[in-house]
Design a protein around this ligand. Structure first.
Ligand code: GTP
Ligand code: MN
Ligand code: MN
Length: 371
């Protein structure tokens, strides 16, 4: 029996970048429910609603104990009527009808299956659903035209929908490190994304690559990709160039002058653990490798701290940092730079700590950015 007077009251600041959010989530049932509604909204191109549910879920992730009564939520930020209704339903009935019916709906299930294909976004999935395509079989029968990414995504569907483990991420780190130092000695590789935040699994593995001498990183990505390709590590890759030129563009204005390769979305062919380093004598009875999504980003050292902060996530934490910068500090933050609109100048930073300081925020380490 919980006495109302003994109920723990919570207090959290309103921006996720002002909070410490570890992986130790005391409200998994509630945050899973809100995340599902967020996902459904995002898949339906209702980004505003999606963000609202993401923010609500993030507030609950930051709480130091499970929520047991609605009264505990009084005064908490980012909890709109809709989110509160969902939370109330779950606290009172152990489930929310809206969440359950969304989960069971044909449309949501089809959107999940189709966007589960690498290279397929909500718009493409929606178009296919309107053409009567609800699953992979129907897609294959339909004769729909798939681009190169989508073909690879379909081919490796099962592998890519299986979580990547930390051990697999470590094995890929070794390969990427070997590739990078082979083509440019002294270059550095950092694991970013969810694994840098301490997650034990992920949907992909993210890397940031730089060189301590400015300019030495130019042309690095195609060389790394060529090395990986020639060693047979890549099942798919698409490299896109960096379009960022600070002086010419300023924040938020993309340049037409593309001068640096920047990011590579790829699918790695990773040998199964028991097979690594073993030379084949007889043809294997079973497949000896699996496909893993890997993102590579190259940054000049002058932008490294911004790139590191920008590619570590979580996505909501990043979004909240940019919102804080814009709304509270009149600054524009990107993965390249921080611009102070009042002083009309860029603020340099050699570390993430310096960026938080420029933004007037307490430093939050990666393991506490799991908003
Ligand atoms: P899992 O991979 O699902 O474990 O989670 P994750 O947090 O690693 O997500 P993801 O790999 O999708 O993204 C990692 C970080 O890269 C997130 O902070 C994203 O915001 C960021 N990111 C992803 N795509 C882009 C992009 O196109 N540009 C920039 N600047 N950042 C991106
Ligand atoms: Mn990732
Ligand atoms: Mn990624």
């Amino acid at each position: 029996q919980i006495n109302e007077a003994e109920v723990v009251l919570f207090s959290v600041p309103s921006y996720a970048c002002q909070r410490r959010t570890t992986l130790d989530n005391h409200n998994v049932t509630l945050t899973d429910a809100l995340s599902l509604l967020a996902e459904n909204a995002e898949l339906s191109d209702e980004d505003g609603r999606g963000v609202a549910f993401r923010r609500a879920a993030a507030v609950l992730k930051a709480l130091p104990a499970p929520v047991t009564a609605m009264s505990q939520l009084t005064g908490l930020p980012c909890l709109g009527d809709h989110s509160l209704r969902v939370i109330k339903d779950i606290l009172e009935n152990e489930a929310s009808d809206e969440v359950e019916s969304t989960k069971q709906s044909d449309r949501f299930k089809a959107l999940k299956v189709l966007t589960g294909i690498f290279g397929v976004g909500s718009k493409t999935a929606d178009r296919w659903i309107r053409d009567g395509i609800h699953n992979l079989h129907q897609l294959q029968e339909s004769g729909a035209t798939l681009n190169r990414a989508q073909q690879a995504g379909l081919e490796h569907y099962d592998d890519l929908n299986q979580q990547v483990t930390k051990a697999e991420a470590d094995a890929i780190t070794e390969i990427v490190q070997e590739a990078v130092v082979s083509v440019l000695p002294g270059a550095q590789v950092v694991l970013t994304g969810g694994f840098r935040r301490g997650k034990q699994t992920g949907h992909d593995v993210d890397f940031l690559i730089t060189h301590p001498e400015e300019g030495r990183e130019v042309g690095l990505m195609p060389k790394v990709v060529f090395w990986l390709e020639s060693q047979g590590f890549l099942l798919y890759q698409k490299t896109t160039r960096n379009s960022y030129l600070e002086v010419k563009d300023g924040p938020g204005r993309p340049s037409s002058n593309m001068d640096r390769f920047e990011r590579c979305l790829s699918i790695f062919k990773l040998a199964k653990k028991e097979e690594r380093g073993i030379k084949l004598t007889n043809p294997p009875a079973h497949r000896r490798w699996r496909a893993v999504r890997v993102d590579l980003v190259v940054s000049p050292i002058s932008q490294f701290a911004f790139a590191l902060l920008g590619w570590t996530g979580s996505k909501l934490f990043e979004r909240e940092l940019r919102r804080w910068a814009g709304h509270e500090k009149a600054m524009s933050l990107s993965s390249h730079a921080l611009y102070d609109n009042k002083q009309s100048r860029y603020l340099r930073a050699a570390s993430e700590e310096e960026i938080f300081a420029h933004l007037g925020l307490e430093y939050i380490p990666p393991s506490e950015r799991n908003a």
